[in-house]
Write a protein that binds this ligand. Structure first.
Ligand SMILES: [Zn+2]
Length: 95
């Protein structure tokens, strides 16, 4: 659906609701919330991806939240959670 089709559908819904402005605003607010949530989720995913690097041999490294150094990924990439990413090299680098 392109932008004009979205606008047309929105106004068609407005006409079908017999000019119920509250319903129109509620629908727009809901759409805006969903879109902004999707953007935030994507930004978080990009930030997580920035925490992961790999070398030419296929080894994967992740960034420690504390010292910001990269260390070997201790689990499958699908299990990686940057909130618990610590290298464990010293007392400050433990969860
Ligand atoms: Zn560390």
């Amino acid at each position: 659906m392109n932008e004009q089709q979205y606008i047309n559908a929105l106004f068609e819904g407005f006409r079908l609701s017999n000019g119920d402005v509250e319903m129109l605003v509620s629908g727009l607010a809901s759409s805006l919330f969903q879109e902004s949530k999707q953007v935030r989720d994507l930004q978080q995913k990009i930030e997580e991806m920035d925490q992961v690097v790999s070398d030419s041999r296929g080894s994967v490294y992740v960034k420690c939240r504390s010292c910001q150094e990269y260390y070997d990924l201790p689990c499958d990439l699908s299990e990686f959670n940057r909130d618990y990413s610590y290298c464990g090299k010293n007392e400050f680098c433990c969860p």
